[in-house]
Design a protein around this ligand. Structure first.
Ligand code: B12
Length: 456
């Protein structure tokens, strides 16, 4: 396509949440990479613009033919300090509509969970469910005047669409080589960038959305390509990398190969990732540490074997302790995320968790008390079968599972009693206070998630 035929496409990152820390909008880099070269692409990030006036001025000046808005978060999934983001997105949408006649397409992980609902709520023209690389097909249709109805993953306000299509298996373009303009803002606010080494999650945790967003089948990025990206991010100024994979060790061999590729490529900055406490080969974490791994975040959820089974977790509590010791022994900082109050939680299962926690030494524990019910998950189906909510319940408004035997307040109270003021027991993600502390530390030159300062 020659230059004057190309469309001007503006991609907006609408996420301004700074807790626990600002997250670089990696999704838009992938979307931009998939259309770059064919079209003129520009990214606007509301963290950088600090307000909507800057956005409208830039839209006015660029005169885009199509506007994409990335909706990463719908709410903060925290029962202690609940915050929703839809109203803020509506304000962004209104501002966009005021200055541009261009069609608006929505996408992103949060959007993917409630596509029809959010499309209607914001009055957008199109939505893309799941991977944004599908935008190409929508653009092709718009350019040639074809009806986009029925394109996989593309939804329209009239509701005719294919939802949750098979994961994208087309080209997965490397991220743009030249750092995006908004990158420098993130370098000044923690210098923490992110990368993906695979897509998909093979596990079957009853509440989890990851398989819906990324598909269940693992699709691996070649380790050498992951290393090239990591090195490029380091060269662009990153002082820490977060691997955004649903579970970095879901494919143990691939995770080892990625680490070896990082080391071989000469990556010097530290990194962290989510892990699942599975049986791991001897020396697993040592290999990763040699390549720079510093922070291990385990999605442990509960330390009751009964609850692990009910939640559909692929491990037992003994595996949690073994993985914990292995990571600690290799010199990593270790955190565990707990998700209490799901189906089957009772005072007894909570006792089990709170007693077993004492075996997790030198760590930080993040407690989420209340399990959010998302459409299309096994938990959703269980709740629907047991008529735990009306068929018409609007799940965009966060709905947390209520165990018949114990409520969220009691759980929070019991966690607080057991915590007895210990700083390494954090209920929720820490909210604004944590964000403010981290911001102060970032300004002093610290980088990374920094929860290691609370480890006891
Ligand atoms: C890694 C991760 C984190 C890490 C991020 C670390 C980092 N430095 O990057 C940490 C632990 C910090 C984190 C924190 C939070 N997270 Co989080 N996180 C994720 C996770 C696992 C991956 C996100 C990711 O980066 N994916 C990789 C990129 C490449 O994919 P992507 O952004 O989705 O983009 C693709 C598509 O969505 C699409 N796309 C994206 N934008 C656009 C735009 C357009 C126009 C189009 C067409 C397409 C498109 O195309 C992209 C390429 O295919 C997701 C779950 C998941 N598997 O998606 C949850 C997830 C995004 N997180 C979620 C939440 C709630 C949070 C927190 C609010 C939790 C909390 N209370 O602290 C915070 C918010 C932090 C913040 N400042 O925004 C929710 C959001 C849903 C909701 N209920 O709102 C998710 C979906 C998990 C869930 N519970 O279902 N998170």
């Amino acid at each position: 396509m020659d230059e004057h035929q190309a469309m001007k496409i503006l991609l907006i990152s609408a996420n301004t949440l700074k807790a626990p820390y600002p997250v670089y909008p990696i999704g838009l880099d992938h979307v931009a990479a998939s259309i770059h070269g064919r079209h003129r692409v520009r990214i606007e990030d509301l963290n950088v613009l600090d307000g909507l006036t800057g956005l409208t001025v830039n839209i006015h000046e660029f005169e885009p033919d199509l506007i994409g808005i990335s909706l990463r978060n719908i709410d903060n999934t925290d029962t202690t300090d609940p915050v929703g983001f839809i109203d803020g997105y509506r304000t962004v949408m209104d501002a966009v509509r005021q200055v541009s006649p261009a069609p608006v397409v929505l996408g992103g992980s949060g959007f993917t969970l409630f596509p029809r609902r959010v499309l209607a709520e914001l009055g957008a023209d199109f939505g893309i469910v799941g991977e944004g690389e599908r935008l190409n097909r929508l653009i092709d249709a718009l350019e040639t005047g074809k009806d986009p109805t029925g394109l996989p993953g593309v939804i329209l306000p009239d509701g005719k669409s294919i939802l949750f299509p098979a994961p994208w298996t087309g080209d997965r373009k490397p991220r743009p080589k030249h750092p995006a303009a908004h990158l420098s803002w993130y370098l000044k606010h923690g210098a923490m960038l992110n990368l993906q080494t695979k897509r998909g999650c093979p596990f079957r945790c009853i509440y989890c959305t990851y398989p819906l967003i990324e598909g269940r089948r693992l699709r691996l990025v070649a380790p050498i390509e992951a290393a090239r990206t990591a090195l490029a991010l380091e060269a662009a100024g990153a002082r820490y990398l977060y691997i955004t994979d649903s579970s970095f060790n879901a494919d143990i061999n691939h995770s080892l190969d990625v680490a070896r590729a990082f080391k071989k490529a000469g990556l010097t900055i530290p990194w962290g990732a989510f892990f699942t406490p599975l049986n791991l080969p001897d020396g697993y974490f040592e290999t990763l540490v040699e390549a720079g791994l510093k922070h291990v975040e385990f999605g442990t959820d509960t330390l009751s074997d009964v609850m692990l089974r009910t939640y559909g977790k692929p491990f037992t509590i003994e595996q949690v302790f073994a993985a914990h010791e292995a990571a600690l022994g290799a010199g990593c900082h270790v955190a565990h995320y707990f998700l209490l109050g799901g189906p089957g939680e009772t005072n007894q299962t909570l006792d089990d968790t709170l007693i077993h926690i004492d075996r997790l030494r030198q760590t930080i524990l993040f407690f989420f008390c209340g399990m959010r019910v998302y459409p299309q998950t096994p938990l959703f189906r269980q709740c629907a079968e047991k008529r735990r909510f009306d068929a018409g319940t609007d799940l965009l408004e966060p709905l947390f599972y209520q165990s018949a035997k114990i409520d969220a307040d009691t759980i929070r109270q019991r966690v607080a009693e057991k915590a007895a003021g210990r700083v390494n027991w954090v209920v929720g993600a820490g909210g604004e206070a944590t964000a403010a502390t981290l911001d102060r530390m970032y300004k002093k030159g610290f980088s990374g998630p920094l929860w290691e300062y609370l480890i006891r």
